[in-house]
Design a protein around this ligand. Structure first.
Ligand code: PMP
Length: 368
């Protein structure tokens, strides 16, 4: 007899909805130009591509500690490699941080319209997600702090934030940290940090180097153009890194990922070129959307490689999403994240962003 009964997941696991990634095809399965997952339109550093071809023997396990990569990251950022931990994307590190420091009865705090993975990792460890109200789609440190309770164990702040693009300057990050009790882990998720102008640095790495309760996560998926290799890293106090190291996946970075990321770290020019390209194309895209303000379109200020556009006129976000798909582009519509009136556009090549802006203008005119 085959029983139809299956083991029941824990109630807090039952409440989780799977992460929804940016799509690459339209409803009919046609491949579209993908501006839905904040990948780098310039691709990958040529040096990293070359390293991939020469990555070591696949029959052997990789270096379990990603030693060379951690050394290179340490050198680039002036951090002792003992305080660096690599992960299968920064997503793995966000998850194990929640697992290590929060559990049933505890609270994990983040802002409304924060990165959608925070809810999953908070629930996965049995903690209660607590969502602070946003301030015009951004983070207000005082509002966030007003939601801290004696059960708060982890606070997630993405800086810049995805999907809004909002950014907390150095002083606000410092103020947030200063108001948190030392037993609360502040996780500053810097997935998009390489896109921020150096003079606007939020000081997160300095806090992670000097404070007992700050963890910073970074990724190779965005400016380094290596989303497919799944490499992220974190830095924080040695004690926190040591704890996370115990519960990460063993051999969590495969041979190819380690080789490619190492070469990418050594190609600072590619990252800088990506940053400048993004700065330039983002500014002209924002200007083009602002010119459609009379049609109810509003581009939120962004420090990242994407822009969230609100649709408050006759042209709805859903109609624009569909119209763009018909024209060959897939962007991110986020009704599941409470943003049915917004689209997130990854900044791609200038020609594509010009085409998209022109299409938005045509569609808005036709919807009038
Ligand atoms: N943090 C933020 C804010 C992100 O937007 C993303 C990717 N969407 C991640 C973390 C995770 O990226 P990865 O696992 O590829 O490093």
């Amino acid at each position: 007899l085959i029983s139809t009964r299956v083991p029941a997941p824990k109630p807090w696991i039952e409440a989780i909805h799977a992460y929804v990634p940016g799509k690459s095809t339209g409803a009919d399965g046609r491949p579209l130009i993908k501006l839905s997952a904040n990948e780098n339109p310039l691709g990958t550093s040529p040096a990293a591509l070359a390293a991939r071809a020469s990555a070591v023997e696949p029959s052997l396990y990789p270096d379990p500690d990603s030693t060379s990569l951690r050394a290179a990251l340490g050198e680039l950022h002036g951090i002792d490699p003992a305080r660096i931990l690599c992960g299968t994307g920064s997503g793995e590190l966000l998850g194990i941080a929640a697992n290590a420091y929060a559990g049933p009865g505890d609270e994990v705090l983040y802002v409304r319209y924060g990165f959608s993975l925070y809810e999953i990792v908070a629930r996965r460890c049995g903690a209660t997600p607590v969502i602070a109200p946003d301030a015009d789609y951004g983070t207000d440190v005082d509002v966030l702090l007003s939601m801290v309770s004696d059960r708060t164990r982890v606070v997630f702040v993405a800086n810049p934030n995805n999907p809004t693009g909002s950014f907390l300057p150095r002083g606000e990050i410092a103020r947030l940290h200063a108001a948190l009790a030392p037993e609360v882990l502040l996780v500053i998720d810097q997935a998009y940090a390489e896109y921020v102008a150096p003079e606007d640095d939020d000081g997160a790495l300095e806090l992670a180097a000097s404070q007992p309760n700050v963890l910073v996560t970074r990724t190779f998926s965005k400016a380094y153009g290596l989303a497919g290799e799944r490499v992220g890293w974190a830095t924080g106090p040695a004690g926190v890194i040591e704890v996370l190291n115990r519960i990460r996946g063993p051999f969590n970075l495969n041979n190819s990922a380690q080789a490619v990321a190492l070469a990418a770290v050594q190609d600072a020019d590619f990252v800088e070129h990506s940053r400048l390209h993004n700065l330039d194309v983002r500014a002209s895209f924002v200007r083009a959307v602002e010119a459609l303000g009379n049609h109810g379109l509003r581009a939120l200020p962004s420090e990242a490689n994407f822009v969230l556009v609100l649709f408050q006129g006759a042209l709805t976000a859903e109609a624009a999403y569909q119209g763009l798909a018909e024209r060959g582009y897939i962007v991110r519509w986020l009704p599941g994240q409470g943003l049915p009136q917004a689209l997130r556009f990854t900044i791609g090549h200038a020609r594509d962003m010009d085409t998209i802006a022109a299409a938005l203008g045509e569609m808005a005119e036709a919807a009038k």
